[in-house]
Design a protein around this ligand. Structure first.
Ligand SMILES: [Zn+2]
Length: 100
């Protein structure tokens, strides 16, 4: 492990980074500024008690738009404006992970 490759993050920022993804601080995985973070009223712990959590309201809207688009356009490729940041083509022509 090279310490130069490590970065100090808050617990919140560390916990947001799942699935091996990384992105700049101050934005969500899809690049929406943190001002769109809202408390998630549906989060529950294993016992069903409400759990404090946040999610990006823009990503929630994007997820719903993607769901509706897929439902109405089965089998067609997703339009560019509905692609997630990690699905958008990179300069080398392939979709890849988000890196800072
Ligand atoms: Zn977002």
């Amino acid at each position: 492990m090279n310490p130069v490759h490590l970065r100090v993050l808050t617990n919140f920022e560390n916990a947001r980074r799942t699935g091996g993804l990384d992105w700049p601080l101050g934005v969500c995985a899809n690049g929406h500024p943190d001002r769109f973070l809202v408390e998630d009223p549906h989060r529950r712990d294993k016992m069903g008690n409400q759990r404090i959590g946040h999610r990006c309201s823009k990503c929630v809207s994007l997820s719903r738009a993607r769901y509706l688009w897929r439902k109405r356009n089965s089998g067609k490729p997703m339009p560019f404006d509905l692609l997630l940041a990690r699905e958008k083509p990179q300069r080398n022509g392939s979709a890849s992970r988000i890196l800072t």
